[in-house]
Design a protein around this ligand. Structure first.
Ligand code: AHR
Length: 501
């Protein structure tokens, strides 16, 4: 018996799915940069871990945010350029990091190393400037160092440090969580600081930069904060009315759940928490629309993902990587597709070894986590037109909670006569049989290419170097009846991707 029905309204376009929605985040925290991406004791001149770089390259990351996180508002970029032996060692106010797990920053990995990484893996850099403990001059100098092509001391320093041409960094965040670790500011205070920084970084007519910058302001999961920020930031007497291109927030979920001790009721609540991403997108978009428009100011979620009790500041926010987390990522990527008209970028936290990373390493190996495979399965959506889907799904009432978990989710997108549909079975206990109809199309069975993730894994299966191969996608059987309806069987806690010509 079919228990979920999905109708894809191919002609009801939502908007293009910005490829940047599949973006990532890397911070000077734990083993993300040092040991994860870059080897502090490497004899190789560049120091990058080839195994990690190769996995990231294969995934075609559209954008990578750096250097934080909370670290961004404690970071002074000039510490991290020039000859490595001259760079100062500083305390890292927020995080123990690197192989020695000390709250210290060697500055061995800095702006040029990060931008070189981005060039190697073909990703757009997104730099977060220090607003909390820095000043507008420092931020403006960073833009000049990276992007100016003329004859100034800072542009010449970039050349001396090995990069003749400007890097052309487009995305600039001004601060991080400035309601919290970025200075504990009220929304009005941050709005005034933000405007001052934006003036010097690039919202005024700026003769020296021929590269168009996109400025990103920090918002909050408490949406009253966003409303007050937007009211205060608007309406300058001189200059840009709204000196921002995007407003961000962070949504982590699973903070009270231990991966090792969870049971099925907890899985359900965790997935329901992940689905709250939708409400956050709607609320932050409403805060923007109350005074401006989401056509002019996009929504970015520049930190998101599972954060379990296993991840603590002491262990560099490391937690086991499992199928359940990957399932939540699939559900959240579907939400981003449904809101492609307002969501301009997102960055899952964090790329390597930290929180819901995609790649995990030890001294010898690097391997893909289940979440990596979800991003790979969802990659065909990037740049497509998202279209409306109607989903008729069974739901489960949550134990000790007044919410329901919809058990089957989906999203769809189109390009050049091809439709790509992703379907999740969020039910960690039962199979679900699913029917999919594409309005106005009778697909041929031969024109369907379908893949399934995690059919042979339990939701709590944790990835290690030894079993990492077991999480790759397998072929999925799909039947097509005379009227063109597709039928498929989804085992518990699985994710499917169907390309339909
Ligand atoms: O990603 C870890 C931390 O979470 C970041 O530094 C901060 O922005 C957030 O609170």
């Amino acid at each position: 018996m079919t228990d979920a029905r999905i109708t894809v309204h191919k002609e009801a376009g939502i908007d293009r799915i910005a490829p940047e929605v599949h973006g990532h985040f890397s911070e000077h925290l734990g083993r993300c940069i040092y040991e994860g991406i870059w080897n502090s004791d490497s004899t190789d001149e560049d120091g990058f871990r080839e195994d990690v770089v190769s996995l990231l390259d294969d995934l075609e990351l559209p954008v990578l945010r750096w250097p934080g996180g909370c670290f961004a508002d404690d970071y002074h970029w000039e510490d991290g350029i020039g000859p490595r032996e001259d760079r100062p060692r500083r305390r890292n106010l927020f995080w123990a990091q690197g192989p020695e797990e000390v709250p210290e920053e060697s500055n061995a990995f800095g702006t040029d190393e990060f931008l070189q990484l981005c060039e190697r893996i073909g990703t757009e850099p997104y730099l977060a400037a220090n607003v909390g403990s820095g000043d507008p001059q420092e931020a403006a100098n960073w833009v000049e160092y990276c992007n100016y092509d003329g004859d100034t001391e800072l542009a010449d320093r970039r050349r001396e440090n090995g990069h003749e041409e400007p890097y052309g960094v487009k995305y600039w965040g001004l601060g991080n969580e400035n309601w919290g670790c970025g200075g504990q500011m009220t929304p009005e205070q941050y709005a005034r600081e933000y405007r001052r920084f934006a003036t010097y970084v690039g919202t005024m007519d700026n003769l020296m930069l021929d590269h168009e910058l996109e400025l990103i302001a920090c918002g909050f999961e408490g949406h009253e904060w966003n409303r007050r920020f937007m009211e205060e930031i608007g309406g300058s007497a001189w200059g840009s009315d709204f000196p921002l291109d995007h407003l961000t927030l962070h949504h982590y979920y699973g903070r009270t759940m231990s991966v090792e001790e969870a049971d099925e009721d907890k899985y359900d609540r965790f997935l329901a928490d992940a689905l709250e991403m939708e409400t956050h997108i709607e609320k932050i978009a409403a805060a923007i629309n109350a005074v401006a428009t989401t056509r002019d100011i996009g929504v970015i979620i520049d930190e998101w993902g599972a954060w379990h009790t296993e991840a603590t500041a002491d262990n560099g926010l490391e937690q086991p990587g499992n199928v359940l987390d990957a399932l939540s990522a699939a559900a959240v990527l579907d939400i981003f597709n449904h809101h492609s008209d307002v969501v301009t970028m997102t960055n899952i936290a964090q790329t390597v070894n930290v929180l819901q990373c995609l790649v995990e390493t030890d001294a010898d190996d690097a391997w893909a986590r289940p979440t990596y495979h979800v991003f790979d399965l969802y990659a065909p959506h990037k740049g497509n037109e998202a279209v409306q889907t109607s989903i008729d799904t069974p739901a489960r009432e949550l134990a000790d909670d007044d919410r329901e978990l919809p058990l089957v989710g989906a999203s769809a997108s189109t390009t050049d006569g091809e439709t790509y549909v992703t379907v999740t079975n969020l039910d960690c206990r039962e199979d679900h049989s699913v029917e999919i109809s594409l309005e106005g199309t009778t697909p041929d069975a031969d024109a369907i290419d379908a893949n399934l993730l995690f059919a042979d894994n339990e939701p709590d299966t944790t990835v290690t170097a030894d079993n990492a191969d077991e999480f790759a996608a397998a072929d999925l059987e799909v039947s097509v009846d005379d009227d063109g309806t597709l039928s498929l069987e989804l085992p518990p806690a699985t994710v499917a991707g169907l390309s339909i010509q």
